[in-house]
Structures are given as structure tokens and as C-alpha cells.
Write a protein of this length. Structure first.
Lengths: 392, 65
């Protein structure tokens, strides 16, 4: 009741204020002879009709301008990434004169297999992805034949970023031009709504280049960093492509450590390593622990460590599928330790907060081992992520 | 544009390498050099001349242009 009275009171005060304001703006709110004040009415009616008839066009023009501004920014980012890739290529191979092959590599594509009958699609995707990787590596070898493996892997990463930015630019340009050509608000408004996220990803790619060129660890490398520390001063064997494994005893348990081979910029093939350890080496694995960087939600703190269950691995799903498949077939519990970070932090030079999470992540791993396993168990620990700038 | 993204733009990063002596345990923080990588042995300790191991490489962000 009191609230209603106060509300009505405030309403009256506001109306009085508006009345006095209108008195001050008298020429715009005429109270005198209407014939003398006809132009004032026109001043209100003309814009009303303009907005009624051309409102959507004006809105579209504003949206087009907004998207065009972002598109120009995206183009400059794409050009910069291409120039950086060329500069890096030339620094490794000064005899390189033509950039034709590089441009062809940036246009390289992989066609995903047909999914009308999804049976066996993961194997098909894996086949295509492997073929694409091999093709890119072969092209890089042709461009820089003298480069060592670490330099070649960095170059591969730089080229991947340049290609990703190029694709992003082409897709946005396609929808922008489609919207312009068809004068369809639906195209443009959807694009405008997605632009902040697209620009954020482009910004992240752009910032990743210097770290990759210099071989600095990136946020995604925290998983390999945790496992790399455990591998120090231990014998390492190559278990899969770009992937190494070490063994050691801990409190009566046998630990099998797996990570991508550093310090090159590669993620290795942890899924192949799991398959080999269990199926080819015949190790009876009682527990798998995966350590990986994970995207944080807005508001969460960078470098926070969390524990859970399931396969902690990103990518298009091939690796995840294979690890889940093996774990399910052999009833092996899958545990995960994640280190939280944003998309930008994951692909740019590792932040202090993330690097300092190594100790906390290691503690989590050993607590899991102590709590969920017994003496005599075999435990597989996998450090997932790009091992750029992280050895072992 | 979100506040976080604006903040990111206003910052530049300096990448540091942290070396730890395997003998006396002293930690040394220096600017990153190309060729450094985490868990690389080979440097020498400034205090006892023992072998050092790179334990961390990280970026610190400072406000600036």
C-alpha cells in the first residue's frame, strides 16, 4: 500500500518536472497559434515517416558499417599473420624466393568423411587428419629442408595460425558479401552478433604468433609441463609419433608417464600411446589420469586446478574417442585434472598463474593415486596439450 | 567489447625464465632468451657455479603501450 502511494507521488512529481521542462522548450511544444507554428509539427512528422519507411535500411547500413569495420581489422590480422609466416620461413631458409607454395598451403583443405552412416566415422576422420598432417609436414620439409624437427614444428604451428586467420577472414567476408548482395538482415544481424566472439578468437591467434616463433611455452602446455617434470632424469622411449613414455615406481605402484615430445610445438598422439601400452605392450592398466588445460568460464580464476572424471582432451574428438574406447573395453577408470584458462591464455605465452599451477596439479595427481589405487597397480598418467617450449 | 578484452589490449607482456640450481637450490629470474625451454639443463649457478635447470618460463603482463 505504502509502496503504491510513494509510486503515485513520485509519478506526479515527475509529471510536474516534465511540464516545467516543456514550458522552457516552448518553441518545440507550441501552445499558441497552430498556424504560426506549423513547422514545429513538420519537425516531428518528417523523422517519424523517415524512420517508418527507411528504418530497416538505416539499421542495415549501421550493421553493415559495424561488420565492415571488424572485417577490415580481420584482414589486417590475416595479412600480418601471413607476413610473419613468410618472415619466419625466410629466417630459416634465406634462399626462399617464392611464397606461392605458402599461399597454396594456406588454401589447403581437408574434406570430412560422409556421416550419413556414422559407423566407423572416427577411423575415417583419423585417417584424413593424419593424411593432412603428413601432407603439411612434407610441404614444410620442402620449404625448409635444412630445418631441425623443433624449428619445423614451430613453423607448422605458425602456418596453422596463419591458415586459421585466413579461413576466419574468408568466412566472415563471405557472409558479409552475401548479406550485402541479398540485402538480408538475417545474414548481417547474425554475423554482427557473432563478431565479438570471432574477433576474440582472431585476437588470440594473432597474439599466439610471437610466442610460437620464439618457442615459448603456451598456456595449453601445462599438462605436458606437469608430466615432463616427473619424467626428468628418467629414461624416455618413443611410444607413438612425437610422443614419449617413461616408467617409474611410486609407493608400490608402477607409473607410466606419457607426453608429447618437447620442446617442439606438437601435441603428439596420446591416444595411440594408450592403445599401444595396453594392447601391444600388454600392460594391465588399473587407472588413467589425464592432465590438461581447460577453458575457464567467465569469472573463474586463471590457473585454478580442478579434479574430475572422464577423458580430458580437446581436438575434434578422435583422440578422445579412442581413449574412451580403450578405457571402456578394459573397464579402466578415467580421472582428469584440469588447469583453467581462457582461450587467449591457452594459445599465448604461458602466464605466471598457469605456470605456478604445476605444483598444485602434481599434488592432485598424487592424491588421486593414493586415494584411488592400491599397491601393485599400474597407473597411466598423460600430460595432454601442446608441448612447445617444454622438454622432459 | 568486454572489459577483459579492453584490459588485454592495454597490456604488454615480458617473458621470464626461472632457473633453479640443482646444487644449492637458488632460483634466478631473468628475461627469456630464444633457445630456452622448460626442463633444460646446462646453465651455471651465479652463486655456487652448479648446474641449473629451467623450471618455468612465463609471461608477466604490465600496463603500457
Amino acid at each position: 500500500m505504502w509502496i503504491m502511494v510513494i509510486g503515485i507521488g513520485m509519478g506526479l512529481v515527475t509529471m510536474m518536472d516534465v511540464g516545467s521542462m516543456m514550458m522552457q522548450m516552448n518553441p518545440l511544444f507550441p501552445s499558441g497559434d497552430a498556424q504560426q507554428q506549423w513547422w514545429v509539427y513538420l519537425l516531428w512528422i518528417i523523422p517519424f515517416f523517415i524512420f517508418l519507411l527507411y528504418g530497416q535500411r538505416i539499421q542495415m547500413w549501421m550493421v553493415l558499417n559495424d561488420v565492415a569495420r571488424s572485417l577490415n581489422k580481420l584482414k589486417s590480422m590475416q595479412d600480418k599473420a601471413r607476413d610473419e609466416a613468410i618472415a619466419y620461413l625466410k629466417s630459416v631458409n634465406p634462399n626462399l624466393t617464392s611464397t606461392e607454395r605458402l599461399d597454396m598451403m594456406m588454401e589447403h583443405f581437408a574434406i570430412t568423411p560422409v556421416d550419413m552412416d556414422p559407423y566407423g566415422i572416427v577411423r575415417k576422420v583419423q585417417h584424413i587428419i593424419r593424411l593432412r598432417d603428413e601432407r603439411i609436414r612434407a610441404q614444410i620439409k620442402m620449404l625448409v629442408p635444412e630445418a631441425d624437427e623443433v624449428t619445423a614444428s614451430r613453423l607448422e604451428n605458425v602456418l596453422e595460425i596463419a591458415t586459421a586467420l585466413h579461413m576466419l577472414y574468408k568466412i566472415v567476408r563471405h557472409f558479409y558479401l552475401m548479406g550485402k548482395k541479398t540485402t538480408s538482415m538475417f545474414f548481417l544481424v547474425q554475423l554482427q552478433m557473432l563478431m565479438p566472439i570471432i574477433m576474440q578468437s582472431a585476437e588470440a591467434f594473432n597474439k599466439a604468433i610471437p610466442a610460437i616463433k620464439n618457442g615459448q611455452p603456451i598456456g595449453d602446455g601445462i599438462g605436458p609441463m606437469v608430466v615432463g617434470r616427473l619424467m626428468l632424469n628418467r629414461e624416455k622411449i618413443a611410444i607413438a609419433r612425437d610422443t614419449v613414455m617413461s616408467e617409474y615406481e611410486y609407493n608400490g605402484r608402477r607409473l607410466y608417464l606419457v607426453k608429447a615430445q618437447g620442446p617442439g610445438g606438437t601435441v603428439g598422439e596420446p591416444h595411440t600411446a594408450v592403445e599401444k601400452i595396453i594392447n601391444e605392450m600388454g600392460v594391465r592398466v588399473d587407472m588413467i589420469i589425464m592432465i590438461d588445460a581447460a577453458l575457464k568460464l567467465e569469472g573463474e580464476k586463471t590457473g585454478d586446478v580442478a579434479e574430475g572424471v572422464g577423458a580430458a582432451i580437446g581436438g575434434i574428438g578422435v583422440e578422445k574417442y579412442q581413449i574412451e574406447e580403450v578405457a571402456t573395453r578394459h573397464s579402466i577408470p578415467l580421472y582428469a585434472v584440469i588447469i583453467k584458462q581462457s582461450i587467449i591464455e591457452a594459445i599465448t605465452a604461458m602466464r605466471k598463474e598457469i605456470a605456478e599451477a604445476v605444483d598444485r596439479a602434481s599434488k592432485s595427481v598424487f592424491r588421486m593415486i593414493d586415494e584411488h589405487s592400491k599397491e601393485g597397480d599400474n597407473i597411466l598418467i598423460i600430460g595432454v596439450g601442446n608441448t612447445l617450449g617444454v622438454g622432459q | 567489447m568486454s572489459h577483459d578484452m579492453k584490459d588485454e589490449k592495454d597490456k604488454r607482456s615480458i617473458v621470464y625464465t626461472i632457473e633453479e640450481c640443482q646444487k644449492c637450490g637458488v632460483k634466478n629470474k631473468r628475461i627469456f632468451k630464444v633457445g630456452d625451454y622448460v626442463y633444460k639443463f646446462g646453465g651455471s649457478c651465479l652463486r655456487c657455479n652448479g648446474s641449473t635447470l629451467i623450471t618455468m618460463i612465463y609471461a608477466e603482463y604490465v600496463n603500457g603501450t
